[in-house]
Design a protein around this ligand. Structure first.
Ligand code: G6P
Length: 589
């Protein structure tokens, strides 16, 4: 969590950092801060709350060629100005922004007796540690290198010092990417590419335990050994407009509507690549789908898709629970991790646990260059473009498309899978009209006052019922729960009262009669039945039509619920892009 940006160059450094922070806010938004580097001091400004409409013109601070900024998702210490980053050394000359958790900060703090701390954060020890080494006579780079090599835990750090015409960045476990600007010796460094996408698409990804010094040139070295590392820049083909809201009121609705073509983009994988992954899957035994949150629901759907299409059993675990299964792992196991960001700490830890057992890893990931794309043995890119809203939508359906295609590839029916998904994509494009969205908004008006709702599905659509519940919860704060249709009668049906909204996800497959029976049972207890189905049915009080697309039904069934969740959020006065307490890229355990 937390977003970091640093800039060195001839442009307006304050403006670049403030604009960059706005595009990083999805990573955390409880407070923010900026530091500018002058010859004799570092100037710092911090504020509690979202950066929102704050503009660089409102910042009455002096600025030079270098500035750093941070948007926070609190871990250590409450949401206060004192705990917001950047944090500074005693003499106010060294400033640091940090994303991650320093596990040994208490021991280090105990060592730094003659330093004055003003926050409750783990981060604050970093500028003081650096200052300690500077006092001992080390230069800024060496002092930072020494300080960082003392840290235990995960970090992405950017440090600056008064009078030093450069930035130092370093990472272990949390993401950090370098942008090479157009201007001479112009550099960006950030948690994620969209922070500087308006300025450059030439990037260099830092690896774990690497430190980069950005001044006249960029120099990457190993934090521990100091050994130089050569790495050529890569060109990213993301379009800056994809990371902007444009005319849309929120990223969420923009990204939902971008699903008009995300499925067809996701399946543009070369046959060779898909078949190689399919071979790895077919050769594997006791394999696992592993992911968190929404990606976890895609992973669970993967187990159904593989069973149904490829006749293959694949296990599922949420990433944080995966280490409990490691005794089942052998070198025949394949791990398929699904992730939008490619940076989720729990998923990375699960990968570490798997690798230790000789397990091969395949990633299904949206962000090129992310840690998962670098650490997995192979990866398939979702190609949904930058997803900014905390609630995942277009990346989800892109991931579902890839997992479905893989299942067909494993069954030796790759072409059939492609045709099915192309057809689903065209049909999604056709239904996503203004009228369709307005109809769902009318439904949201009707049910927005309810504090609870339930979503049921069976088979392929059971994981989507779970996903639908997450969507509604996280953006509208309505208590929503998803169940397998058959489970209702084992408890949750007791919660249905007169008018309780219940969304029923229906696919035109063998589960249809049973899920409709479950809907009837809910209706008999007074439930208000919202059917998401290819065909209307007398049990539905409100019908949301979806195309009949066979095994691609999870993809088309989740989209109307995303639209519903969006409108529920807006009608209830919530900001769907930045739900309370959440962050998009969860880089802490
Ligand atoms: C957070 C986000 C979710 C996402 C999950 C996993 O909880 O809010 O939208 O599904 O992390 O993230 P990943 O980047 O691995 O898909």
């Amino acid at each position: 969590m937390c977003g970091i940006i640093g800039y060195r160059g001839d442009k307006d450094s304050k403006r670049i950092v403030i604009e960059g922070l706005k595009s990083l806010e999805y990573r955390g938004y409880d407070s923010w801060g900026i530091a500018t580097v002058l010859n004799d001091r570092v100037a710092v400004f911090k504020k509690v709350g979202k950066i929102g409409g704050f503009s660089a013109d409102q910042l009455k601070m002096e600025a030079g060629r270098i500035a750093i900024g941070h948007t926070r998702w609190a871990t250590h210490g409450n949401v206060t100005e004192a705990n917001a980053h950047p944090h500074v050394s005693c003499d106010g000359k060294i400033a640091v922004v940090h994303n991650g958790i320093i596990e040994n900060y208490q021991e280090l703090k105990a060592e730094l007796k003659d330093h004055k701390f003003v926050s409750q954060t783990d981060t604050e020890i970093i500028p003081h540690l650096i200052e300690g080494y500077v006092r001992e006579g080390y230069g800024f780079v060496e002092a930072t290198k020494r300080a960082l090599s003392r840290l235990e835990g995960r970090f992405a750090v950017v440090a600056v010092m008064a009078g030093y015409d450069g930035l130092i960045g370093a990472r272990r476990g949390s993401p950090l990417v370098l942008g090479l600007g157009g201007g001479e010796r112009e550099y960006f460094i950030a948690s994620d590419i969209p922070a500087f996408l308006n300025h450059t698409r030439n990037v260099v990804f830092l690896e774990d335990n690497e430190l980069v010094v950005l001044n006249k040139d960029y120099r990457i070295m190993n934090i521990k050994t100091g050994e130089d590392i050569k790495r050529e820049p890569q060109h990213i083909d993301w379009d800056a407009a994809q990371a902007e809201k444009g005319d849309y009121p929120h990223f969420m609705i923009k990204e939902v509507l971008e699903q008009r073509d995300t499925v067809s983009r996701a399946i543009k994988q070369s046959d060779g690549e898909i078949m190689e992954v399919a071979k790895m899957l077919n050769d594997s035994f006791g394999s696992f789908f592993v992911a968190c949150g929404t990606a976890g629901k895609v992973a669970l759907a993967g187990t159904y898709l593989f069973s149904r299409i490829a006749n293959k059993h694949v296990n599922f675990s949420v990433s944080s629970e995966f280490p409990n299964y490691t005794h089942f792992l052998t070198d025949k196991t394949l791990m398929i991790v699904v992730s939008q960001s490619g940076e989720t700490a729990d998923t990375l830890e699960a990968m570490d646990a798997a690798r230790a057992k000789g397990v091969k890893i395949v990633g299904v990931v949206n962000v090129m260059g992310s840690t998962i794309t670098r650490q997995a043995d192979r990866f398939l890119l979702v190609k949904a473009g930058p997803e900014k809203c905390v609630a995942s939508t277009k990346a989800t359906t892109g991931q579902l498309a890839i997992v479905t295609l893989l299942a067909y590839a494993c069954a030796g029916r790759l072409e059939e899978g492609r045709e099915l998904l192309e057809d689903a994509s065209a049909k999604i494009n056709a239904i996503l009209t203004e009228e369709y969205v307005a109809n769902i908004r009318a439904l949201a008006e009707k049910i927005k006052g309810w504090e609870s709702m339930y979503i049921i599905g069976r088979g392929l659509n059971y994981p989507m019922a779970l996903e639908a519940a997450i969507k509604v919860q996280e953006v509208s704060y309505i208590h929503a729960e998803g169940f397998a249709g058959g489970e209702l009668k084992h408890g949750p049906i007791a919660l249905i009262s007169n008018g309780t909204p219940c969304i029923v996800l229906v696919a035109n497959d063998e589960t249809k009669p049973d899920i409709l029976s479950n809907a009837v049972e809910v209706k008999a207890r007074g439930g208000f039945i919202i059917g998401v189905a290819p065909k209307n049915n007398e049990v539905f009080d409100f019908w949301i039509p979806v195309p009949d697309v066979g095994n691609a039904s999870p993809i088309v069934n989740i989209i109307p619920v995303q639209i519903l969740a969006y409108h529920l959020a807006v009608l209830r006065g919530c900001n769907p892009d930045m739900p309370r307490n959440l962050a998009k890229s969860v880089t802490v355990k």
